[in-house]
Design a protein around this ligand. Structure first.
Ligand SMILES: [Zn+2]
Ligand SMILES: [Zn+2]
Length: 384
């Protein structure tokens, strides 16, 4: 990543106003819709402005360098609030008292530019901000849906197939998401005369906004679909199959691409995020890929050694107790932990198959019969 100060061509001590002014000039210059525009530079400038215009982010950037914002961008869910890019862009443009021409910039196109930038990246890290960024542009993308699902300990260890019953927007079947009544056509939007945007006075300035009637499309259905009222989607209950990879751990989230709500007028569906909650097991605890359990043995087993049957997640096995085992001692059962996950979703990636760690508890009897008591007294006489 490049130097944000260099990108904007300003000094390290530039004031907020200076940064704003430079940004307006450069954003105007490089806007991809203009002759001589440059989408790559435009994106760079916008990125630099994002960080430097925010005092908190700027301080972080000054201290940690570009890695800070990169890490933020890769922060995955919720980590990258792109929608704010455009909000601040619009903000900066609004306050402009000189010759910025809104028609030139064309707010209606921001959505398009935006999707050009980010669609190639494959939405994963950008998933959430995206929908919001489009909120004030054309047609809204489908909503992301976040749910939680509780599963059993064993299901987490070995994987499971689940079904989620969910009410969400799905594509309208009558119009196949188009919002148009099947036998009708598109006609020019009368509200904007097909321009997709309408002029509006904002104080002393003339500005244009997206046409609310056609959402910037310039055309509207002659007859809206009767079933969805032109939305192209309808709420419906659906069953979604969810494959839970073996080895998933409490709190991990599975992302199902485009399984969230359907977008308006056939736009991209949102994603479905399922956070897994693992119910505790009475016998086993888990830490990473290792399984922990406790096993009680008798005094004589502890002293003399022996063999006991213990539970593992794979079923019972014989465990050798070495002579002289003390209370709290841990015995490791190699390979009896959680499997390394081969799934490409990335859980426990690179991890090894875990072990089972058995903590030995010695059962000290509270009640002894006469014979037991006599034998122990004899042991005592022997110095034990
Ligand atoms: Zn419909
Ligand atoms: Zn219109």
């Amino acid at each position: 990543m490049a130097d944000y100060y260099k990108i904007l061509g300003i000094k390290k001590d530039a004031s907020g106003q200076e940064i704003k002014n430079v940004f307006r000039r450069l954003a105007h210059k490089y806007h991809p819709d203009k002759a001589g525009g440059n989408a790559e530079r435009f994106k760079e400038v916008n990125e630099a402005y994002q960080t430097l215009s925010d005092p908190e982010k700027r301080a972080m950037y000054d201290q940690y360098g570009p890695a800070f914002s990169q890490a933020q961008a890769k922060g995955g869910v919720g980590g990258f609030d792109n929608f704010r890019d455009w909000a601040t862009y619009a903000e900066a443009m609004k306050g402009q008292k000189t010759n910025i021409d809104f028609e030139d910039i064309g707010f209606g196109d921001l959505g398009n530019i935006f999707s050009d930038f980010f669609s190639a990246g494959g939405g994963s890290a950008f998933g959430r901000g995206f929908g919001q960024s489009r909120a004030n542009s054309r047609v809204q993308r489908g909503e992301d849906i976040e749910i939680q699902m509780a599963i059993d300990f064993q299901e987490a260890v070995f994987g499971a197939e689940k079904e989620i019953k969910l009410e969400r927007y799905v594509k309208c079947k009558r119009c196949e998401g188009e919002g148009i009544e099947p036998d009708s056509n598109l006609i020019i939007c009368q509200t904007c005369q097909g321009q997709g945007q309408i002029a509006r006075a904002l104080g002393p300035f003339q500005t244009t906004t997206i046409c609310p009637e056609c959402h910037g499309e310039g055309k509207i259905p002659e007859k809206k679909c009767k079933k969805c009222q032109g939305q192209g989607r309808e709420k419906s209950f659906s069953n979604i199959k969810l494959k839970i990879p073996a080895g998933i751990n409490h709190g991990q989230t599975i992302r199902l691409s485009e399984q969230g709500g359907a977008g308006q007028s056939g736009t991209r569906s949102g994603d479905l995020y399922v956070t897994i909650l693992v119910r505790p097991d009475p016998k086993f605890k888990r830490q990473g890929n290792n399984i922990f359990s406790e096993e009680e043995i008798s005094i004589s087993q502890a002293v003399l050694g022996g063999e006991v049957e213990v539970e593992t997640i794979y079923g019972p096995v014989k465990l050798k107790i070495p002579s002289g085992t003390s209370d709290g001692q841990e015995i490791r059962l190699k390979g009896k932990g959680v499997s390394k996950v081969s799934s490409n979703i990335g859980f426990n990636r690179g991890g090894q198959k875990g072990n089972q760690i058995i903590r030995i508890r010695i059962n000290i009897p509270r009640h002894l019969n006469k014979k037991q008591k006599k034998l122990l007294q004899e042991l005592e006489e022997q110095g034990l």
